[in-house]
Design a protein around this ligand. Structure first.
Ligand SMILES: C[S@@+](CC[C@H](N)C(=O)[O-])C[C@H]1O[C@@H](n2cnc3c(N)ncnc32)[C@H](O)[C@@H]1O
Length: 336
């Protein structure tokens, strides 16, 4: 029986997917999109600017042109495409995401078999410690992680459209990371005030971002642990992309801390997460779900699962709203 050529080709493309990601990562690590943008277009120029051998650059660029990342070639000179332009070293770029995914997270995925077999973090198997402990000890990696998170911030500007933050509300962002979500909300809601909580080592990053955007007079920053306590008196509590790394009991603990700290019955909890369907999922949410397992042993949850966990903490889902890039907002109210 003849081989099914189409299926074989599809399988080979999947098998070599990791190579493609590493080739792309290497071009970013060598700064090739930026060198091309600066007008260096030949193999010799790119090799000299990136400190690499000409032969290495020639072979790498041959592949990346074939993949549609760059255009042109040895004779005509290389050019950026819209794809490589997303990797340029500038704000809102995917550059840091590409670097983080090509280094620490690629190493974590190298332990996929063990991680999936035992449902434990591939990152821990690779680095001997949990992701957030690693980040707290490595300033460069922590900065890169926060900048990489920014690549997924696309939906932040839509959050003020699905919830009314006006009326002098105090908005508490728990696990607020770089502070960009709070900046987007306070930027769109001039009479709202902000309170930000994250781990101590993230405080300087958020302080810098918030000082440069909404100004520090409207925001209070706290370095702490959401599993112990969250800032009190909030009208709105935000949990944006912070729950996926923790088991159900830990998540219920954070919900309870938010509920206890709320200003009153009209306070709300907003969960902003990718919600995964147990059946008939699309590829991206299922892929991110496994990625969470690799990086911190985490998971994406279904709507039912969130509803059950909120219920355990005395909170009811009041409304569900869809945001861009397959992100969902769950708005929960404290049960009277
Ligand atoms: C994936 S990031 C999301 C950051 C931000 N909410 C966003 O969407 O860009 C998760 C954040 O949770 C923070 N975090 C982890 N453990 C924490 C804890 N015990 N208490 C407070 N924040 C924590 C991390 O430092 C990190 O900034």
């Amino acid at each position: 029986m003849k081989a099914d050529l189409k299926a074989t080709q599809q399988a080979v493309e999947l098998i070599t997917g990791g190579w493609r990601a590493q080739a792309l990562y290497t071009s970013v690590k060598l700064g090739l999109p930026d060198h091309i943008e600066a007008g260096l277009t030949t193999t010799a120029e790119l090799a000299a600017a990136s400190g690499a051998e000409e032969e290495g650059i020639r072979r790498l660029m041959r592949l990346l042109v074939a993949m549609g990342v760059f255009e042109g070639g040895e004779r005509a000179g290389y050019r950026n495409t819209p794809v490589s332009a997303t990797l340029l070293n500038r704000p809102e770029s995917l550059r840091d995401m590409c670097l983080l995914y090509g280094e620490e997270f690629y190493t974590a995925w190298g332990h996929a078999h063990e991680a999936i077999r035992t449902v434990t973090a591939g990152f821990e198997a690779a680095y001997g410690q949990p992701l957030y402990a690693y980040l707290s000890q490595d300033e460069d990696a922590s900065d890169r992680f926060q900048r990489a998170m920014k690549a997924g911030n696309l939906f932040f500007d839509w959050v003020p459209e699905i919830f009314d933050f006006s009326g002098g509300k105090l908005v508490v962002d728990v696990g607020g990371g770089g502070g960009q979500l709070l900046a987007a909300i306070l930027g769109a809601t001039p009479d709202a005030r902000g309170s930000w909580l994250d781990r101590e080592h993230v405080v300087p990053i958020a302080r810098e971002n918030l000082a440069a955007t909404v100004g520090l007079d409207r925001v209070e920053l706290t370095g702490g642990d959401m599993f112990k306590a969250v800032p009190r008196g909030g009208d709105v509590y935000l949990l944006c992309r912070v729950l996926a790394g923790w088991d159900d009991d830990a998540v219920v603990g954070v919900f309870e801390n938010c509920r206890r700290a709320m200003a009153g019955p009209s306070s709300r909890l907003l969960i902003l997460e990718r919600v995964v369907a147990d059946e008939d999922s699309t590829v991206l949410p299922a892929l991110w779900d496994l990625h969470l397992l690799m990086t911190n042993g985490g998971r994406h949850r279904s709507l039912d699962r969130f509803t059950t966990l909120l219920d355990r903490a005395g909170l009811d889902v009041e409304r569900v709203a869809e945001l861009p890039v397959e992100t969902t907002a769950l708005i929960a109210a404290p049960r009277p």
